[in-house]
Ligand binder design. Structure first.
Ligand code: AMP
Ligand code: GLY
Length: 426
């Protein structure tokens, strides 16, 4: 069959790399893709937000199945649009995608169905929000309601910081309409884990758990980024904890949505903080995590395309009946190499060297997040450039393997964390 993957990051390269291994995939397309993805899929220059353009392409090429990587097309209703035209597509519809597109919607749903999360209040008026801060003090967490490319959350240590965040979101409207409403919630403490499942709204199959590294510098210092590295499995998530998260977070959410007439199909990602009081939900994403996917998929032995097809046809019970997903018991660590200056302003167009060498390494896959092709050379074309994944019998071995590959790759100003996976060793 002909498969179209939508998106252009490291996550989409990992999806394309994995789907290309499926015996069901005859031809793979990616829109818009990147230089790395173009080695496994034919890339077409249509933006992920251009729903009409993507629809026209899918019809023209007679695409059999479309896989949506990022949240924006999902929140714009690409799934509804494709289904209206009888095209098969993997992902939640527009209503279901509100779980990520509106943090207010997600928090209210969690409150209705007793999904554990931080206590919160919702505000659409700056003065009232400020009064709340004055009364309750800091630390607290301020969240813009809508999509803000992962930048809409401020963990404020002081009252001043909280007020400044409120002003920039609600008064200066740095995130536009996404900041028309804000959530002010209690500040939680603990390690974070990413729990990702595939569901057809009845059946739920978990993927291996993982942990992201959100801050730019070693030791979790500096500003938040899209994610500087990930590892899987996350040993901090014991079997017992995993079961508790599945019951109290994942099932309650999917069942709650169903009770409100929303059939959730696709990937559901719960960002969990493991507090002393138990797991608490920080956020939901309606798609695969980036860079978690680059650490999870190298461990997946099952045919991902087959599973996605089953989910879109509401036949995931067939996959469960055969024992669910099958995993490589080894660990995987993915180190993100970023451009100098990221997550602020950064340079593009730097030549990348060493990729021929890493391509020959065993148990290493280099996923491209932002690269361009220039006369056979790879150039950097964004903030997060590469995700270098290494497999090993232990997390320790996987860390060694991925950093051996990182050492072979260079581009001007390359920045990467040196401590990816270290938390798992403690
Ligand atoms: P979110 O986009 O909601 O996952 O938030 C981004 C990051 O902000 C999370 O990964 C956490 O590190 C942090 N965060 C979000 N909510 C809270 C909270 N209630 N307490 C402490 N940190 C939080
Ligand atoms: N790694 C966090 C995310 O994908 O949102």
């Amino acid at each position: 069959m002909k498969v179209l993957i939508i998106g252009s990051g490291g996550r989409e390269h990992a999806l394309a790399w994995k789907i290309a291994q499926s015996s069901l995939a005859d031809k793979l397309f990616c829109a818009p893709g990147n230089a790395g993805i173009s080695r496994v899929a034919e890339c077409t220059d249509i933006k992920a937000e251009d729903i009409k353009g993507l629809l026209a392409f899918a019809k023209k090429e007679r695409i059999d199945f479309t896989v949506v990587g990022p949240e924006i097309p999902l929140s714009l209703g690409i799934v509804d649009e494709f289904q209206n035209h009888k095209l098969k597509v993997f992902g939640p519809n527009k209503k279901a995608a509100r779980l990520e597109a509106s943090k207010v919607f997600a928090k209210q749903l969690m409150a209705r169905y007793q999904v554990p999360t931080a206590d919160f209040k919702i505000f659409d008026n700056l003065e009232e929000a400020k009064r709340h801060i004055e009364k309750n003090g800091a630390p607290c967490v301020i969240k813009a309601d809508g999509l803000a490319a992962g930048k809409g959350v401020v963990v404020a240590k002081s009252q001043e910081e909280a007020t400044a965040a409120l002003k920039s979101i609600m008064q200066d409207k740095v995130f536009g309409d996404a900041g028309a409403r804000v959530i002010i919630e209690d500040c939680l403490e603990g390690q974070e884990a990413s729990i990702i499942v595939v569901t057809d709204s009845r059946e739920v199959i978990p993927l291996a758990c993982s942990q992201d590294h959100k801050r730019i510098y070693d030791g979790d210092l500096g500003p938040n980024t899209g994610g500087m590295g990930a590892y899987s499995p996350a040993p901090i998530v014991s079997n017992e904890l995993f079961k508790e998260i599945m019951d109290k977070v994942i099932h309650r959410t999917i069942d709650g949505l169903a009770r409100e007439g929303i059939d959730y199909k696709g990937i559901l990602y719960a960002g969990i903080m493991l507090t002393k009081e138990g797991p608490r939900t920080l956020e939901f994403n309606v798609r695969f995590g980036d860079p978690e996917t680059q650490a999870i998929l190298p461990r997946l032995k099952s045919d991902l395309l087959e599973v996605m097809l089953a989910a879109s046809e509401q036949k995931l019970n067939n996959v469960s009946r055969l024992g669910g997903l099958s995993w490589d018991s080894r660990a995987c660590v993915c180190v993100v190499m970023a451009s100098k200056g990221y997550p602020g302003d950064y340079q593009k167009g730097q030549e990348i060297s060493g990729l021929d060498e890493t391509a020959k390494m065993k148990d290493v896959v280099v996923f491209h997040a932002a690269t361009a092709d220039s006369k056979g050379k790879y150039l950097t074309s964004g903030g997060r450039v590469l995700g270098v994944a290494g497999l090993g019998n232990t997390i320790y071995d996987a860390i060694s393997r991925s950093y051996q590959a990182v050492d072979k790759i260079s581009f001007e100003g390359a920045h990467y964390r040196k401590d990816i996976g270290k938390k798992a060793l403690a």
